[in-house]
Design a binder for this molecule. Structure first.
Ligand SMILES: Nc1ncnc2c1ncn2[C@@H]1O[C@H](COP(=O)(O)OP(=O)(O)OP(=O)(O)O)[C@@H](O)[C@H]1O
Ligand SMILES: [Mg+2]
Length: 304
């Protein structure tokens, strides 16, 4: 089921075309990473979805409706935007209770949501004294009170420490897999979300540059492949003749185990193609693996 549908969305601020004809969808039960460098138009797109910015043209729909037409927005969509502001004098519990009351939800949802985001112990503390990470969790709790099936999170790991980031990953997985929610999470760092998301939507300068499964992004031919072969000096030139770009990789971490082996980093060839060249050249391989850091490289190339 399509939970979020953006179609030909365009938004201009003065002379800046912040979002330029962007279209993509987010399905229920999946986590989509919404990626792009600073200023790419991520926040503007999300604000259009949430009815905070009026698009020049195109549509941004949640469950087939524009935000303004959602009957009970807090029960349809949970949002965490950049720099959420809270009344500093209120406690975390009161902040959420006010949200619940104004939306006609039972006040008990406040403590349940605080429990879910790991803030139960701080429920009675004033928000003014909260750390950045605690504010981020409180903002997420606010998104949870209505038990929506759609989540729109703008850079939610900002301010979280490594343990907090790991917790958030697990939590987003839980929302998608256990509750069947659609999760759209933005970031300007692919590495931050690559362990969490199953789909990616990449934008740069307001335009969509890639949309699809994360797994498909990794099979792009430009992902570097790490090759370890005893006769690397013979294999390297053969790979270059086959169209690969070969770099002698940095010294192996485990020098003892690989003392007799040469390590090569090959770009522009799939592992299968490399294996075929090795077979033709009768060179024995001891390792043939796509490098994970290659994803970041693809991201940089796509958004350059
Ligand atoms: N209210 C506004 N008035 C004028 N220009 C704006 C406004 N909001 C955004 N912009 C411009 O639109 C472009 C896209 O900004 P946006 O905040 O959507 O990018 P982003 O992808 O969220 O970036 P970041 O990773 O830094 O959060 C930028 O050039 C920005 O300066
Ligand atoms: Mg932004």
């Amino acid at each position: 089921m399509t939970a979020i549908e953006i179609s030909q969305l365009t938004k201009t601020f003065g002379t800046v075309r912040a979002v330029d004809g962007v279209s993509f969808t987010v399905e229920a039960g999946t986590i989509t990473g919404f990626l792009g460098p600073n200023g790419a138009g991520k926040t503007t797109t999300l604000r259009c979805l949430l009815g905070l910015v009026a698009a020049d043209s195109g549509t941004a729909l949640i469950n087939g409706q524009s935000y303004a037409h959602l009957g009970s927005p807090i029960s349809a969509v949970g949002a965490v935007l950049e720099a959420t502001s809270f009344h500093p004098g209120r406690t975390a519990r009161n902040h959420l209770r006010v949200l619940c009351v104004s939306a006609g939800l039972p006040e008990s949802r406040a403590d349940e949501a605080l429990e879910q985001v790991g803030l139960a112990d701080a429920a009675g503390q004033r928000v003014g004294g909260f750390s950045l990470g605690m504010r981020q969790r409180l903002a997420l709790a606010g998104a949870l009170v209505g038990k929506p099936k759609v989540y729109i999170l703008d850079e939610p790991s900002n301010g979280l420490d490594p343990a907090g980031i790991q917790w958030l990953r697990g939590f987003l997985r839980y929302l998608a897999e256990e509750t069947g929610a659609a999760v759209l999470v933005s970031s300007h760092v692919l590495a931050e979300v690559q362990q969490t998301v199953d789909h990616v939507v990449i934008i740069a300068k307001g335009k969509l540059v890639h949309q699809g499964r994360l797994a498909d992004l990794t099979v792009n031919g430009s992902t570097p492949v790490r090759v370890v072969a005893r006769e690397a000096d013979r294999l390297g030139p053969a790979l270059e003749r086959a169209g690969g770009k070969v770099d002698p990789a940095p010294a192996p971490e485990n020098a003892a185990a690989e003392s007799a082996a040469g390590v090569l980093t090959v770009r522009g060839m799939t592992p299968e193609a490399i294996g075929q060249v090795a077979l033709d050249e009768r060179v024995v391989l001891s390792e043939l693996v796509r490098e994970r850091s290659g994803l970041e490289q693809i991201f940089l190339e796509l958004t350059a």
